[in-house]
Unconditional design. Structure first.
Lengths: 300, 135, 522
């Protein structure tokens, strides 16, 4: 397990100044991102923020209009076999060949991956309660997600990419997916990239997080850094105020009268100094959930 | 060892683990020499990142609550060691200060606070409450 | 104005207005083209009895195209199930506006043709019939929706109203003898009867769908699928990803062309057994069927070229298989070739059996088909390939828009060229024009193949051995074309055309990988 970031090893994913336009709309705007080898990387953003577009670039499904993409040191468009053969991917739309049976689909997929582990696949099929003779078309939404997860895991990929793995699923299946993520990185050196807007899940399992908003990376940091550098401070002023004064490091503020709550980012002592500079005393201070941090980051 | 992690209250998850293990040790539900689950096992059970569990164990070790033995296991430390005791008193001093400040801000007289401390101590002795206090 | 009839009519018109306009134009394209051709070929006599059958067939085709467009523009009825409206209301206002519009469109089209070409085709009867037909087919569709009976139900409803329509022009079993001039009260009553029947059926059918009931089933389809599912494939292991994908393509799409050939042949043989059982008829039919294999290639190309679950785009699952686009495209081509070959072999075996029957009856093939030449037989195999493989490559590019644009452009140019040659030129000039066009088409095919190959080479999608093999195949085919044109005594432009078509046979080797890589990486 990697214990600190950044690791000295070269990043498993390296995106440099990537931009992508669909018609006139910018889906990705000058994105630069490095995902270190090992650990869980959470890509968070609202609907239409560009998460799926970014992931599609990593898989070579979209050609970079400008900028460059390297996955495992390779260009995914030029070398689909080298990249895709070492990636496990669960797509957001859970696209699977409906007409196949579960067993057939496992056989079919195994042929593409030299590292496919039959015993592990069979174990997963048991654990996920998938019938080998069942048609993929007839699987429920949760079973379909499990099927996709099985196919993504059974060749023990170096990089597991999950695009919105939890959306629309019940808590039991969600737990299966999170469990798979945890087991995957517990193996030395393997990496998980997952996008989500269920931020409590991201907070549980991610080591590092990138917030993407309107095609731009707003923030990339380790989960610890993010948690430590964001806090909610309730300030008390001498006089009731109509409008709270701006303060260095503030992401959002609300309240009325003499007490105002600021969501801020920065070292604690500096924030306290900033508070006293605008004539307020800190009466309460609390850590923020990733959810709150995300909302305040994206709103500004 | 039963821990409950919530990603909804903002307290970093490693800190939740640290606090709850400390609490279990203080309330003697974990005795000196008890083995803590392996990092992987606990991570899968709590559905949290193994690195987070590892960090919590490191903190606990640094504070002298647990100790790593050469056979890769993590065990609850013996509480008698004077170094650990000094450390613990240091932590407690900070907590007591915080408590006193809050009591003053809420206009709770010192005597009443003291009574409350006694009361909680009695409650903890008789029946161990499930809910771990956060700081 | 906010009432159920109003919003439902509005939704029908708003869903795809251009589709409806396109269907209206498309439905009139064939009559206009045909009548224009007839007029320029020597004028149209409205009283010619042959015009009656032309009218009957054309009005049925027009009705079919318009009804299909209206049907499509209404979308699935299930979208209405959550609204607080009774099933009867839904059915009534689904059917009535569409029926009225279909009747108006057919009536209007006929009026326009009458005015343009000085015809006196009946207006009211066909217009009323199309309304009833629409209702009947809709009802049959809803009654049997999502079951295997759908084909039977919709087919039977269409056949019923089509037969009834034809019966208005004379005895059912013979050529039509007269126009349907007056719509009698009895006719109207019968059509109303059809409509009422359709309405009742539709209410039952939509009610069933709304409740989610299944229709009573004999279990035949389930039994058949169960037998088909007990295939040996579930535990088969593949040597490589390529082998796995070969299996995938063949298993999913390979059966379509052979199955259709088999089906048609079965129908044909049954018809022959019921008829006069003349072995010469059988041979003639099979020789004609060999030519029809090329038409089947149109369908085959579509089946093999459309890869994704949602149509033309390949879909994320296939796109993320670790296999090069070139290899995946070759898998498609291999399965397509296998499918074409299987269909052709079925036809060939049937033909050989028929020839044996002919021989036992004491006839010679030369007597039955005096103009048949040696190249007919390889052409029945290469023909479907030349049609299907380029169409499949075009579809593999993954853009429905690009595909329809290309098809429209090609058809448009063909029609325009034909029309120009037929109407605007003298006989001599027409000859020159036709030869010139043939040469031009040939050169275009050759140039297109070369361009596609260069592009694919630049993207490293075609290896040198493949290139050499393709070039050799093309030379071989061109040699065959030279022999055939010499046989026919055709002019040199036809040789160029033949050589161009031969290039189309090998172009997919580069075009399919190129198209798939465009589809995969957008």
């Amino acid at each position: 397990m990697t214990e600190s970031f950044p690791t000295p090893a070269p990043p498993i994913v390296e995106v440099q100044r990537l931009s992508r336009h669909f018609d006139t709309k910018a889906a990705l705007d000058d994105v630069t991102l490095a995902i270190p080898r090992g650990g869980v990387f959470g890509l968070i953003g609202g609907n239409g923020a560009g998460k799926t577009t970014l992931i599609k670039h990593l898989l070579g499904l979209l050609r970079a209009q400008s900028g460059s993409v390297r996955v495992l040191g390779l260009d995914p468009v030029a070398n689909p076999v080298g990249v895709l053969g070492r990636i496990g991917y669960l797509s957001e739309d859970r696209d699977l060949p409906d007409w196949m049976r579960v067993g057939e689909l496992m056989n079919y997929t195994s042929a593409f991956f030299p590292n496919w582990d039959d015993r592990f696949a069979a174990e997963l099929r048991e654990a996920f309660d998938l019938d080998g003779r069942a048609k993929v078309k007839g699987l429920s939404r949760g079973q379909r997600a499990r099927m996709g997860l099985l196919l993504a895991l059974a060749h023990r990929p170096e990089l597991l990419v999950l695009d919105e793995p939890s959306s629309g699923l019940d808590p039991v299946v969600r737990r299966d997916i999170l469990g798979a993520i945890i087991r995957t990185i517990a193996d030395e050196g393997r990496t998980v990239l997952f996008s989500s807007h269920l931020l409590d899940e991201v907070e549980r399992v991610a080591d590092r997080v990138a917030i993407i908003h309107q095609g731009r990376i707003v923030l990339t940091a380790s989960m610890d850094e993010i948690k430590e550098s964001h806090r909610r401070m309730t300030l008390r002023f001498e006089q009731p105020l109509e409008e709270a004064p701006p303060m260095v490091g503030t992401l959002s503020r609300e309240g009325r009268g003499v007490e105002w709550t600021y969501v801020c980012s920065g070292p604690e002592d500096q924030l306290r100094l900033a508070a006293s500079a605008i004539g307020a005393t800190v009466v309460e201070e609390a850590p923020l959930t990733l959810d709150e941090i995300f909302v305040s980051r994206v709103r500004t | 060892m039963q821990l409950h992690i919530s990603a909804n209250d903002g307290v970093p998850i490693y800190l939740q683990i640290v606090n709850q293990v400390k609490y279990l040790v203080a309330s003697r539900r974990l005795a000196a020499g008890d083995e803590l689950p392996a990092i992987r096992v606990l991570a899968e059970r709590l559905v949290v990142n193994p690195n987070t569990v590892a960090r919590a164990y490191r903190e606990l070790e640094a504070e002298g609550v647990v100790e790593k033995r050469r056979t890769a296991g993590t065990y609850v430390a013996d509480h008698g060691s004077p170094l650990a005791r000094r450390e613990r008193l240091k932590i407690l001093t900070a907590r007591v200060d915080a408590l006193l400040v809050e009591a003053r801000q809420m206009n709770v007289p010192f005597e009443e606070l003291l009574k409350l401390v006694h009361q909680r101590e009695g409650a903890m002795r008789s029946a161990v409450p499930r809910e771990a206090p956060h700081d | 104005m906010r009432s159920i009839p109003w919003v439902m009519s509005w939704a029908m018109l708003r869903r795809s207005p251009w589709g409806l306009v396109g269907a209206l134009l498309g439905a009139n394209l064939l009559p206009v083209f045909l009548l224009s051709a007839l007029r320029s070929a020597g004028g149209v006599d409205p009283n010619d009895p042959a015009m009656i059958i032309i009218h009957v067939v054309l009005s049925q085709i027009t009705a079919f195209v318009l009804a299909a467009a209206l049907f499509g523009s209404q979308g699935p009825v299930s979208g209405l199930f959550c609204f607080p409206a009774s099933t009867a209301t839904i059915v009534t206002w689904r059917l009535l506006p569409a029926m009225a519009l279909a009747a108006a469109a057919v009536g209007g089209s006929t009026l326009a043709i009458n005015a343009l070409y000085g015809m006196d085709w009946p207006v009211l009867g066909p217009a009323l019939t199309v309304a009833a037909a629409l209702a009947l087919v809709q009802a049959a569709f809803w009654l049997t929706y999502e079951t295997w009976w759908m084909f039977v139900g919709v087919g039977a409803a269409g056949a019923l109203i089509g037969t009834w329509h034809k019966a208005q022009y004379g005895p059912l079993s013979a050529m039509p003898t007269h126009y349907w001039r007056t719509v009698t009260a009895a006719d109207v009553a019968q059509l109303l009867g059809f409509a009422a029947l359709a309405w009742a059926g539709a209410v039952i059918g939509v009610g069933r769908l709304r409740r989610g009931d299944r229709i009573p089933s004999l279990g035949l389809a389930a039994w058949f699928l169960g037998v088909a599912d007990r295939g040996p494939l579930a535990s088969r292991r593949f040597r490589s990803g390529e082998a796995a994908h070969d299996w995938c393509e063949w298993r999913r799409k390979g059966w379509v062309m052979p199955a259709i050939v088999l089906l048609y042949m079965t129908f044909g043989v049954f018809g022959w057994l019921l008829g006069d059982r003349d072995s010469r008829e059988l041979v003639n039919g099979l020789i004609a069927g060999g030519g029809a294999l090329t038409l089947l290639g149109l369908l085959g190309g579509l089946v093999f070229g459309v890869s994704g679950a949602n149509g033309f785009p390949i879909g994320q699952f296939l796109a993320t298989r670790p296999i090069t686009s070139g290899r995946m495209a070759w898998s498609v081509l291999r399965a397509l070739a296998r499918s074409v070959l299987t269909a052709w072999l079925i036809w060939l075996v049937a033909l050989l059996i028929a020839l044996a029957a002919l021989w036992t009856d004491g006839f010679d093939l030369r007597q039955v088909q005096p103009s048949l030449a040696w190249w007919h037989f390889p052409l029945t195999l290469i023909g479907p390939w030349i049609v299907s493989a380029p169409i499949a490559s075009l579809c593999l590019a993954g853009s429905e828009k690009r595909f329809s644009q290309t098809i429209c452009a090609v058809t448009g140019v063909l029609i325009a060229g034909l029309a120009y040659g037929t109407f605007a030129l003298s006989d001599e000039a027409r000859q020159v024009f036709q030869q010139l066009s043939a040469a031009l088409v040939g050169v275009a095919c050759l140039g297109g193949t070369a361009a596609v190959t260069v592009l694919a080479r630049r993207r490293k999608l075609v290896d040198t051995p493949v290139l050499i093999a393709a070039a050799c195949t093309w030379l071989l085919l061109t040699g065959g074309v030279l022999l055939a044109t010499a046989d026919l005594g055709a002019a040199w432009p036809m040789t160029i055309l033949g050589s161009g078509l031969a290039a189309l046979a090998v172009a997919p080797a580069a075009a399919a990988p190129l198209a798939l890589s465009l589809n995969r990486t957008r």
